[in-house]
Design a protein around this ligand. Structure first.
Ligand SMILES: Nc1nc2c(c(=O)[nH]1)N[C@H]1C(S)=C(S)[C@@H](COP(=O)(O)O)O[C@H]1N2
Ligand SMILES: [Mo]
Length: 320
């Protein structure tokens, strides 16, 4: 069982303010030598990431929860150097090298569509920074690697409710910034920019759907989707859209970047499912970053007790 007492975290009030991480090049290299060497694919990235500019990641105040798979957390250096963020390039170390160009402050998010209070809001009006919590989630990429990441943020559902969800709304659409000046990768038509994703409204209201503004106790590093990104731990990682600038309530299933690129390989639901292979590889196992042996991939990434009901009566092989 993943969560011993699924509501216990709501009572937990242990606010903690951990030390800030000042990610400068010297610290980064030292940490990289200590912890990052075992990570496949990092090689050349170690010396060049963050070389162009440093950013202070401010510490966040948040309360602990017991949402924790109880598995070893993926080291900070891997979480921040082995990324997918195609707006910064398609190699795993490109986001760490290039995302210094992102300007996460100030940031605004447009909330529109079927809501009572549409508008363009400052980040602080979307996220209640006094109500932050930490949740440790597995992240399973469709490419068959996985991590365990301590996110800081708030549940998505109450954020949507704040803007007054109108009856008839059935889906939520999310959109990433697409700015050529800040995002060198969008000059290549790898995907149809801006990156877009979507959830069915009941999925968005599920208690596990999360808006993250930090990880490992501090603000989100740019390469992880600063200053606000979605985390949907029971779905493949590409649903967890980064650097969100628009949230829209709608009555139609939104198109998504990856379905548009290849509908046969990436469906709207994209729930982690070891029984539905990707057309080009098996999804039965995964490589946990930092480990050698492969792990079994779990249905709904191990979160079935909290999300399986959403899909009752649906054929998950046909609707992947
Ligand atoms: N805007 C945007 N969001 C994105 C992506 C992307 O390329 N662009 N990649 C996705 C994929 S494939 C994964 S696995 C996760 C990776 O998140 P992380 O780099 O923070 O681990 O982000 C997702 N969100
Ligand atoms: Mo991914």
């Amino acid at each position: 069982m993943l969560i011993k007492n699924r509501h216990a975290w709501q009572e937990s009030e242990n606010a903690v303010t951990p030390e800030g991480v000042y990610v400068n090049r010297r610290n980064f290299l030292r940490a990289g030598l200590a912890g990052g060497a075992a990570i496949a694919g990092l090689g050349s990235g170690l010396s060049s990431a963050f070389a162009a500019e440093d950013r202070v990641l401010a510490p966040l105040t948040y309360r602990l929860t017991n949402i924790d798979p109880g598995e070893e957390q993926t080291p900070f250096n891997a979480v921040t150097q082995y990324n997918n963020f195609y707006e910064y390039g398609t190699d795993k170390d490109d986001p760490a090298k290039n995302a210094w160009r992102l300007q996460p402050k100030p940031w605004s998010v447009t909330v529109d569509g079927m809501v009572d209070k549409p508008g363009t809001y400052g980040l602080e009006d979307v996220i209640d920074f006094k109500g932050l919590q930490e949740r440790i989630y597995r992240l399973r990429c469709v490419e068959a690697w996985s991590m365990v990441i301590p996110w800081i943020g708030v549940p998505l559902g109450p954020v949507l409710q704040k803007f007054g969800i109108q009856s008839g709304a059935k889906y939520v659409r999310f959109e990433t910034l697409a700015d050529k000046k800040q995002m060198p990768g969008i000059k290549w038509p790898v995907l149809d920019w801006p990156y877009e994703e979507g959830l069915r409204l009941d999925e968005a209201m599920n208690e596990l759907a999360f808006l993250a503004v930090g990880l490992y106790g501090n603000e989100l590093p740019n390469q992880n989707g600063a200053p606000i990104r979605l985390v949907v731990p029971w779905k493949y990682g590409f649903k967890s859209i980064k650097s969100i600038v628009r949230i829209s309530l709608t009555d139609k299933e939104p198109s998504t970047s990856w379905s548009k690129a290849n509908a046969r390989e990436y469906g709207f639901y994209s729930n982690v499912n070891p029984d539905v292979d990707h057309p080009r590889w098996s999804q039965k196992r995964e490589r946990r970053i930092g480990e050698f042996a492969r792990r079994e991939t779990l249905m709904f990434n191990g979160y079935g007790d909290l999300v399986a009901d959403l899909y009752k009566g649906m054929d998950l092989k046909a609707n992947y």
